[in-house]
Unconditional design. Structure first.
Length: 254
């Protein structure tokens, strides 16, 4: 059984940093957070937790309070395949609600399918803003020098579809008639399509992390295609309302 607890001690925080390093394989100096900053966050009443399987650390999350009744989740990592990430987010949600917070925000790479599916379909978060090159050029083993475009996801903690997700009841909606594909995956490459429908789909590649190593040209093409299409639509005021078939952002006109 996984146990999640708040962390304060230096030894525990050093273990968190080692876990993050094992997941992302950062170059020295490229870590997303330091032990000292986690210590300061925890001391100031922010969110610093570890998920344990017995005595073994298998996940961790670090966040800080922002404005407008928001907790910003800066970094979360977990070993895969056991639902630990979901349990961390559920704990984070309860922690925030207990302190009168209304939402949690975080950033993620919009090209990573599994992250988009987890954030939108399993948790019920919604993209609010597209942030090109948010962290500069990334040098960890997963991102391999790619541009660090991110989407700001916002999790409205008391929304009906979020409450359903917390009960493990996914909030599913059928695509309306006339839905168009604004960006398709054809033979592994991005191909623009129709954008004037009320509801459109924006594809992301099946394995952007593999493409970065095997075909960086195609990875770059996907980066710029999604930036232009998804980022452009969000800038226009359209809303992302889901993630369809583990492959497509669902975007609706406001």
């Amino acid at each position: 059984m996984i146990a999640i607890r708040e962390l304060h001690e230096i030894a525990d925080l050093e273990e968190v940093l080692a876990l993050f390093g094992a997941i992302w394989q950062f170059e020295r100096g490229g870590e997303p957070i330091s032990v000292e900053l986690m210590r300061a966050f925890a001391h100031a009443g922010n969110y610093v937790t570890g998920a344990y399987d017995g005595d073994k650390l298998v996940g961790a999350s670090v966040g800080f309070r922002g404005g407008d009744s928001t907790l910003h989740s800066h970094v979360t990592g977990a070993t895969t395949g056991r639902g630990i990430g979901f349990e961390l987010k559920m704990h984070q949600r309860r922690w925030a609600l207990d302190r009168g917070l209304e939402r949690i925000s975080w950033t993620y790479d919009p090209l990573v399918r599994r992250n988009a599916h987890f954030n939108l379909a399993k948790l019920g978060a919604r993209p609010r803003e597209y942030l090109p090159g948010f962290y500069g050029v990334m040098q960890d083993a997963i991102n391999q020098g790619d541009e660090s475009d991110r989407v700001l996801a916002v999790w409205e903690l008391s929304s009906p579809h979020v409450e359903a997700a917390a009960r493990r009841e996914p909030y599913r909606r059928e695509l309306p008639a006339g839905t168009a594909v604004a960006l398709a995956d054809e033979g592994g490459r991005p191909v623009p399509g129709a954008t004037d429908a009320e509801t459109v789909l924006v594809a992301v590649p099946a394995d952007i992390e593999g493409l970065r190593g095997l075909d960086p040209g195609t990875a770059k093409a996907w980066r710029h295609a999604v930036r232009d299409m998804l980022g452009g639509m969000l800038a226009e005021g359209r809303k992302v309302t889901g993630f369809h078939d583990k492959s497509y952002y669902v975007v609706e006109k406001a």
